[in-house]
Design a binder for this molecule. Structure first.
Ligand SMILES: *Cc1c(COP(=O)(O)O)cnc(C)c1O
Length: 361
């Protein structure tokens, strides 16, 4: 069996031991005589899975007790609508920071529901940095401030949160979920689509401070009403059972393999450094992001020629390094090196890049 090194931005590589475990349990989950794909979401055996997934999430992220953990569907993109519908309910104003395509899509969707302001943007330089903000940039009566924490397409990440004071901060952490610790108490809502770092596609996890629930607009579709989902323990309707199960296995893997998100972060830093150090020393390849805002998860890079980029992607694919083509809005290449990408995968990629540089100098 030949497994490639998969640098896809999402859906993305999963830990091999998780895939093996899921494979071993696929016909008969723990003596139930069924696959998790087949069992009732109201059964005791599934209830144990979802409860354990939540408990592990709470433990790893050290989620305070006054936060709900919801397992939802609709992708991160559905939350772009659900967030204004549930939380833009005081002044009807919300402030967004535009750090890339996902933040912009969320901003555009929110405009349907109220007075939405883009308080800062890094569009002027193809989102290659995180724009600085000051406390006075945010409107005093904004119902919330919205950020995209790690910008999957452009490879930037917030290393410091914007100075929003006691305003409700809402963050899309889809592409850095569980890659490092987060002080959840600094946020009103943190949510992530699971297919980047946590599970296959089909699941969104939303961590929501309880006092923010219960004020959704009347027009909110019931499936997007976080209070309804919270009151039903994420079982208002059939949840994505299989994906929740894989999420649980991935959380088990983080706990067993690394022990904590501090250790997960140290691992990710070590791994990303290998690639960034090479990019900083190479004469052919260069990173596209300002060094202080570089993501540990998504690393875009370019050569100075489109032909060379194309040749590199083609030869890399043939050598077993797949999905390295950059997003069409940046061009060049992007290596997504999520939690499950082994260090060895990045070492081998860098070896391959060195060889390519020598051969094409
Ligand atoms: C991938 C991604 C999305 C979109 O996720 P879907 O689940 O496809 O809707 C949103 N935000 C970020 C940061 C992403 O990386």
């Amino acid at each position: 069996m030949a497994r490639v090194y998969n640098f896809s931005a999402g859906p993305s590589t999963l830990p091999e031991s998780v895939l093996q475990k899921a494979g071993a349990e696929i016909m008969d989950y723990k003596g139930s005589g069924q696959s998790v794909m087949e069992m009732s979401h109201r059964s005791k055996v599934f209830d144990d899975i979802i409860k354990e997934a939540e408990a592990l999430m709470r433990e790893l992220y050290q989620i305070p007790d006054n936060y709900k953990v919801l397992f939802l569907q609709g992708g991160a993109s559905a939350q772009f609508s659900a967030i204004p519908l549930n939380f833009m309910n005081g002044s009807g104003k919300a402030d967004y920071i535009i750090t890339g395509q996902w933040a912009k899509k969320a901003y555009q969707e929110a405009q349907k529901y109220g007075d939405v302001k883009a308080v800062a943007s890094s569009a002027d330089k193809t989102f290659s940095y995180i724009p600085k903000t000051k406390a006075e940039d945010f409107r005093e009566d904004a119902d919330y401030v919205y950020i995209c924490m790690n910008n999957t397409i452009y490879g930037t990440v917030y290393k410091e949160l914007p100075p929003v004071g006691d305003k409700v901060l809402i963050a899309d952490v889809s592409s850095c979920a569980l890659s490092e610790p987060l002080d959840i108490s600094k946020f009103g809502v943190v949510y992530f689509g699971a297919q980047k770092n946590v599970a296959p596609a089909g699941l969104v996890v939303a961590i929501i401070r309880e006092d923010l629930l219960g004020n959704a607009r009347d027009i909110t579709p019931v499936m997007m009403n976080y209070k309804v989902q919270a009151d039903a323990d994420s079982l208002y309707n059939t949840p994505p059972c299989w994906t929740i199960y894989i999420c649980k296995l991935v959380l088990d893997w983080i706990k067993e393999e690394f022990g904590s998100l501090e250790a997960m972060k140290a691992h990710n830093e070590k791994k990303a450094k290998i690639l960034y150090d090479f990019l900083d020393s190479s004469k052919m390849f260069k990173g596209t992001v300002v060094p202080e805002d570089r993501s540990l998860m998504n690393v875009p890079f370019v050569t100075d020629s489109d032909e060379l980029n194309a040749k590199f992607i083609k030869e890399a694919t043939e050598a077993g390094f797949v999905n390295l083509k950059g997003h069409r809005s940046v061009g060049g290449m992007r290596a997504s090196i999520y939690n499950a990408m082994p260090i060895e995968g990045v070492e081998k990629l860098v070896e391959f890049m060195k060889k390519f540089e020598e051969e094409n100098a």
